[in-house]
Design a protein. Structure first.
Ligand code: F6R
Length: 260
């Protein structure tokens, strides 16, 4: 796992977007795994800027979103379908038939989840998966004790997640309790993982996931098992890390490393 500490949200967003753009520039028909929430908004904004100003092309890209609330119609302002359309899809030249977001309103969740996994396989697997992290250490909606080999499925959200998400809803009682989420096993199959985190509220989860043991209590710790994962965090999110000097040293010396 590569841990890169930047001075603020803008910097992590720009660095994250650059990694995604590099993938697209080497593989124009790449498969992107996308996240919602407040964390990746800056990254999406930067990708949109690159599309508009530098011609970054999404016409051959396929996307799979990590998760969706159960029970919200796709046009609900807090549905992840709506979020992705408003904050990313409508601003770039992605083809609507190449967009996959889990359904929160199917009448057969089990069949839907199997179908979703099949679509990912059929697309050739995910080239790069963008991730945020919950204050309880979750990736996607893989809440504490989710199996590290779990697949796409219906999950009950943990109370801290419902509390965190309540800020987006007018009435707390409207916050969904269930979600469809890719599993940790599904996420680990992506060729590259890119996790972003900012703010003090993520510091404990980041320290546990980066420096603690691999455990289903913090499902983000599963990134330690992945051969190619990069974590961009700001100073606040890095504030509980014990080995910060080491991560900074590695980054400082990286440009001088032999390339072959
Ligand atoms: C959303 C997702 C979640 C969020 C996490 C952090 O698709 O997968 O795991 O990444 O809850 O949310 P924010 O970014 O709002 O703090």
């Amino acid at each position: 796992m590569e841990v890169v500490i930047k001075s603020g949200y803008e910097e992590i967003s720009r660095a994250g977007a650059k990694v995604v753009a590099d993938v697209l520039n080497t593989k124009p028909n790449a498969v992107l795994g996308l996240a919602t929430g407040s964390t990746p908004l800056g990254l999406y904004k930067e990708l949109i800027r690159m599309h508009k100003e530098e011609g970054l092309d999404f016409s051959r890209v396929t996307t799979f979103n990590l998760d969706e609330y159960v029970g919200l119609r796709i046009d609900h302002p807090q549905s992840y379908h709506h979020f992705m359309h408003e904050n990313f899809f409508k601003h770039v030249n992605i083809s609507s038939q190449n967009i996959y977001v889990p359904s929160g309103s199917t009448n057969n969740y089990k069949a839907f989840c199997e179908w979703y996994e099949e679509r990912i396989k059929e697309a050739g697997g995910i080239d790069i998966q963008i991730l945020g992290i919950g204050s309880d250490g979750h990736i996607a909606f893989n809440e504490p004790t989710s199996s590290l080999s779990s697949r796409t499925r219906l999950k009950t959200l943990a109370k801290p997640t419902i509390d965190d998400n309540a800020r987006f809803f007018e009435d707390r009682n409207e916050v969904p309790i269930y979600a469809i989420t890719m599993g940790v096993g599904t996420i680990l199959e992506a060729r590259q993982l890119l996790l972003l985190a900012n703010g003090k509220s993520k510091a404990e989860a980041i320290a546990a996931s980066v420096e603690g043991p691999v455990t289903s209590i913090y499902t983000a710790s599963a990134l330690q098992l992945h051969p190619s994962s990069i974590v961009f965090i700001d100073d606040d999110a890095a504030s509980d890390l014990k080995m910060r000097d080491y991560y900074d040293w590695i980054q400082e010396k990286k440009p001088g490393a032999p390339q072959t």
